[in-house]
Design a protein around this ligand. Structure first.
Ligand code: APR
Length: 229
């Protein structure tokens, strides 16, 4: 059984990482467009850098929850037959033990050099514009895919969707493409599709099946079923 799992902010909510669209459309008090577009960064680089510096340092205060741990356990069981694709930029999946993991929207713990495009593992702040370890230029920005930019590793994701027997979407509102369209791609290639979310998402009608509730409860329950198969 080949499975592709897509996760969104909802899987980290019970760890204390706020989602994007649940609180009046604000992300930590900011409109997403004001901190997550290349135009916002160009207009107010210090605001954007400070915002992501705060998100990066906040990772120290959160830990993976039972949903992250359950997906790591599923990888132990399925090995290469599982691909975990996350829209999240936190590091909770890897801290739970997942390794077959694609961060399609980038990572807080990574810096992208605007000059040489090299991606470098990064845990400190970027507000003081440290030099890029690769080229020395002081143009490091958050390695986060902003609106209007192209998500990472799309070919690999598409190939996995084409081969999947089951596609599972967890904790995502289905508001942002291309991730919101993965369910249709997987279906077109013949996969069964399942939504696990707190409430029916915008894309609910595209899934064959849905279960609604807290990720920390419904994800471990679903994984336990897979382990018995
Ligand atoms: N358990 C399960 N689902 C939950 C929980 C929970 N405890 N709490 C919230 N949810 C659900 C919400 O009901 C919502 O449908 O998680 C979803 C979160 O949706 P968004 O906040 O829109 O987050 P996401 O879908 O990951 O956003 C996609 O948008 O802002 C951009 O690039 C950013 O990756 C992000 C993308």
């Amino acid at each position: 059984m080949r499975i592709v799992v897509l996760t969104g902010a909802g899987i980290s909510a019970e760890s204390g990482v706020p989602t994007f669209r649940d609180s009046d459309g604000l992300w930590e008090g900011h409109r997403v467009e004001d901190v997550a577009t290349p135009e916002a960064y160009e207009a107010q680089p210090s605001v954007v850098q400070a915002f992501y510096d705060a998100r990066r340092s906040a990772l120290a205060d959160v830990v993976p929850n039972p949903a992250h741990h359950a997906l790591a356990k599923l990888e132990e069981h399925l090995g290469d037959d599982l691909l975990l694709v996350t829209q999240n930029i936190d590091d909770l999946h890897e801290r739970a033990g997942s390794t077959r993991l694609v961060h399609m929207h980038g990572e807080l713990n990574s810096a992208l050099c605007a000059a040489c495009r090299r991606r470098t593992a990064w845990v400190e702040g970027l507000s003081d514009y440290p030099p890029c370890p690769a080229c020395g230029s002081c143009e490091l920005r958050p390695d986060v895919v902003w609106f209007g930019e192209i998500p990472y590793r799309m070919q690999e994701i598409e190939d996995a969707l084409a081969e999947a027997d089951l596609f599972v979407s967890i904790g995502t509102s289905g508001a942002v493409y291309p991730a919101a369209g993965f369910v249709q791609v997987a279906r077109a290639y013949g996969a069964h599709t399942l939504e696990l979310n707190l409430v029916p998402s915008e894309g609910r009608s595209m899934f064959h099946e849905a279960r609604h509730g807290m990720a920390g409860q419904i994800v471990p329950a679903w994984v336990d079923e897979q382990l018995l198969r």
